[in-house]
Design a protein around this ligand. Structure first.
Ligand code: AMP
Length: 192
């Protein structure tokens, strides 16, 4: 079984369309034989995704820092709930367990996790596919910022291939398969 690391919102206050998409993703992951590794939370899209997977007999691994567990934020229905001390340890463990990464809509936590993975892709430390789920254009402005970074030569054109953008839940799987996972072109323009 392949394992997908999903970064997504911990907020319970979102429009129902976001919860519906997270639940749909959970169902499709089980159908397509993907297990989940994620931040282990019971709230927001995180909780919806994990519960949707468990309801359909899917496999869920949560990696949660002890301080969040103590605040009863953990999804206790996970097959495995790994307790770590820091947020950094959590990210490392999620990364090492995953065969690919998807960011659903989210806030700073989601963005920070996905940016770290793309940075590691750029440095050739990670060679696994990364996909943004651009639900209703949620990530349009971020992608525009990436295009500005490229135009101003903050990175090379090939670096734009280090992530892919999905426009629907089924498209997430298409993009995961289509992603280039070979080594990244070296980041540095010159080494002098
Ligand atoms: P955010 O997008 O700011 O809601 O943060 C969500 C991401 O940060 C998740 O992918 C988690 O790994 C982590 N995170 C933030 N808040 C929580 C929480 N209450 N429970 C579990 N993980 C969280």
């Amino acid at each position: 079984m392949r394992t997908l690391c999903v970064y997504c919102s911990s907020s319970d206050r979102l429009d129902p369309k976001y919860f519906a998409a997270a639940a749909q993703l959970g169902g499709e992951m089980v159908e397509r034989g993907w297990g989940l590794v994620y931040g282990g939370g019971k709230t927001g899209l995180m909780g919806t995704l994990a519960r949707a997977m468990k309801e359909r007999g899917g496999h869920v691994v949560g990696v949660i820092p002890a301080f969040m567990k103590e605040r009863e934020l953990a999804f206790e229905g996970a097959d495995e709930l790994v307790s770590v001390i820091t947020m950094r340890e959590r990210k490392l463990l999620m990364e090492s367990r995953a065969d690919g990464f998807v960011a659903l809509p989210g806030g700073w936590g989601t963005l920070e996790e996905m940016m770290e993975i793309i940075t590691l892709r750029q440095l050739d430390v990670v060679r696994k596919p990364c996909v943004f789920f651009n639900q209703d254009g949620f990530y349009d402005d971020l992608i525009r910022l990436f295009e500005r970074m490229l135009a101003d030569r903050f990175f090379k054109p090939s670096n734009m291939d280090l992530f892919r953008v999905a426009s629907s839940v089924p498209d997430i799987f298409t993009q995961l398969e289509a992603a280039r996972t070979g080594s990244a072109e070296t980041k540095w323009f010159e080494t002098k």
